[in-house]
Design a protein. Structure first.
Length: 421
């Protein structure tokens, strides 16, 4: 089985020399998962083990480990190939909706023109004169295509160039389906922030320092028991300790060990969920997309009234007969093109209200921590007694797989002789 990509990325970001605690903090992984994944990764990538005199282990990876793994695993080669192919396919899917919209409008317009021209020709041949031609023609077309006026197009093309990276085809897809969930990596962010808080406090914290990053910590009476800390303890192999006043603090031995001295990681005051956006397109692009959708739907309804009964299509044949054959598809697309964004808009409003409420709860907990009373401050001070930081440098190593064991033993004897002299 190929190594965990999250662990691979964390090792690269940490400079290829890591401990289990380093990887768990960087990637926000469960300590047990990080330990198991790191062992498997080290075995496959040909990493070296460095063992400190305290028994702590550091993993030293070659900087070209991705090349080594790519040569070993066809899955990795396939994943990279598929990633490139999918990016092209997905882009084609995105622009296909705008292409189909333009094609739909064009088909509807051409078919409608052919039908109206045929109807007017029949009336003229039957002695109807020009009394009906102007009324029918101007009733259907000028109002349908006012969106295509030169001023309208120039105005919004200028907006698109200056305010948005999306082109027209991408903007149509964004109008229809949005731009994806902004919180797809929320859990990863959550555990990374929690690990950073623990690391920045040298591996010892109180529950109030962690609660601004959790969702539901229960009612007020439930919070006193701090049950919400259990998942954190499980994930990072934490241990509780009780103060003389009966208050609980938590320390995490694995997160107190690092392969190198690191600056305190920046952490947000609380975990903020991002609100959903209706679209990344500009307001001009949204109006243009909605306008074209309206043109398409109205045109489909008008065309449907002209095709009613099937007599005209049977008589004219060709393109008109083809359009009649796919008419229900054109109508469904026209309804869906406006219906999907409308439903999505109301869903986003409802979902964002939930996000705002959760963000508000976490912010309130962060404010309580910032204005800690004497009792909470004493609890934090007690947690500091369990704080520790162990950095494993090369001088702390008792054994490493990089060099021969005999050489290491000779070096160790020499070091002891030098220290004793």
């Amino acid at each position: 089985m190929a190594p965990n990509p999250t662990i691979m990325q964390a090792v690269e970001q940490l400079g290829y020399r890591v401990t289990v605690g380093d990887v768990a903090t960087q990637a926000g992984l469960n300590v047990a998962e990080a330990n198991q994944g790191l062992l498997a990764f080290a075995s496959e990538a040909g990493a070296h083990l460095q063992v400190a005199e305290t028994g702590d282990i550091v993993y030293l990876f070659p900087k070209n480990f991705r090349v080594i793994l790519r040569n070993k695993y066809w899955q990795l080669r396939l994943q990279q190939w598929w990633k490139k192919v999918w990016s092209i396919l997905f882009y084609l899917i995105r622009i296909s909706f705008a292409i189909f919209l333009i094609a739909s409008i064009a088909l509807i317009a051409i078919a409608t023109i052919i039908i109206i021209t045929a109807i007017n020709s029949d009336r003229d041949s039957n002695g109807g004169g020009n009394s009906g031609s102007g009324g029918i023609g101007f009733f259907y077309f000028p109002d349908l295509f006012w969106y295509f006026s030169p001023d309208y197009r120039t105005h919004y093309q200028e907006r698109r160039r200056t305010k948005s990276e999306l082109n027209f085809f991408e903007a149509v897809f964004s109008f229809l389906f949005g731009d994806g969930n902004p919180n797809t990596k929320l859990d990863q962010r959550r555990w990374r922030e929690i690990a950073s808080v623990i690391r920045n406090n040298r591996g010892a914290v109180v529950a109030e320092q962690i609660s601004p990053y959790l969702d539901n910590i229960g009612e007020k009476y439930q919070q006193e028991y701090e049950d919400y800390m259990l998942p954190v303890l499980t994930r990072f192999n934490g241990q509780p300790a009780v103060s003389p006043q009966g208050e609980i603090v938590y320390y995490f031995p694995e997160l107190q060990v690092s392969a190198g001295k690191k600056r305190p990681q920046s952490e947000s005051v609380y975990l903020e969920e991002f609100r959903w956006q209706f679209s990344a397109a500009t307001s001009g692009q949204i109006l243009l997309s909605a306008g074209l959708g309206g043109v398409n739907l109205v045109g489909a309804l008008v065309l449907g009234s002209l095709l009613r009964g099937g007599i005209v299509a049977a008589k004219l044949g060709g393109l008109v007969a083809f359009v009649q054959g796919i008419y229900w598809l054109l109508l469904a697309y026209g309804i869906g093109f406006l219906g999907i964004p409308l439903v999505r808009y109301f869903w986003i409003q409802w979902h964002n209200s939930k996000i705002v409420a959760r963000n508000g709860d976490r912010l309130e907990r962060a404010r309580l921590l910032a204005s800690a009373d004497a009792s909470l401050q004493n609890k934090i001070d007690y947690a500091h007694q369990f704080a520790a930081e162990k950095v494993i440098g090369h001088e702390d190593l008792a054994y490493t797989t990089e060099t021969d064991l005999i050489e290491q033993e000779d070096a160790e004897w020499q070091r002891r002789l030098d220290s004793g002299s």
